[in-house]
Design a binder for this molecule. Structure first.
Ligand code: FES
Length: 171
């Protein structure tokens, strides 16, 4: 009698425990499913924000329009560019990478040209090749002039064979 009672009690306890753990597993499954869905939605929306933030971080402020004199070449080394302002006020943002093998060109004010220290290619201030082995003109970056501020978008680089008048940007 006592043994039967003990057996019933243990059976009753086992079923309760099993159903308890089954409920726990169901709830854990529901919570995990909700978390996964939340993460999926957050990932989908954060992707577009991340890319627009990245795009913004590529735009560098160079200075105020009136502070950049015509007929000058400004090195902006952290951006890997030279900002050139022509005599007529037009802007050009030249990549400082030589189009031969990518060495950094140097501006020579006295000779009014860029010179590559690696194999002596030379470029004029428009970026056109004066002396090979560089095969084509220096790449340019997009210049943006907004509310009197000159910016360069380092995310928008254009390769070109030769300088064109339309490369120049005016304020
Ligand atoms: S890398 Fe500039 S001339 Fe060769």
């Amino acid at each position: 009698m006592f043994n039967r009672l003990k057996k019933d009690k243990s059976n009753h306890k086992g079923i309760t425990r099993r159903s308890f753990f089954q409920k726990i597993w169901v709830w854990l499954g529901v919570v995990a499913g909700l978390e996964f869905t939340g993460l999926l939605i957050a990932f989908m929306f954060s992707g577009s924000k991340r890319s627009s933030r990245k795009d913004m971080s590529q735009v560098k402020i160079i200075g105020r329009l009136e502070d950049i004199s015509p007929n000058t070449v400004y090195p902006y080394r952290s951006g890997q560019i030279y900002l050139v302002r022509m005599k007529d006020g037009g802007f050009l943002a030249l990549s400082l990478k030589c189009t031969h093998l990518g060495c950094s060109i140097q501006w020579n004010e006295d000779e009014d040209k860029f010179i590559c220290p690696c194999h002596s290619s030379e470029f004029d201030r428009k970026g056109d090749v004066l002396s090979p082995p560089a095969p084509h003109a220096l790449d340019i970056f997009a210049v943006i002039i907004e509310e009197g501020v000159v910016k360069v978008d380092l995310g928008k680089k254009t390769k070109r064979k030769k300088f064109k008048q339309t490369d120049l940007i005016y304020g």
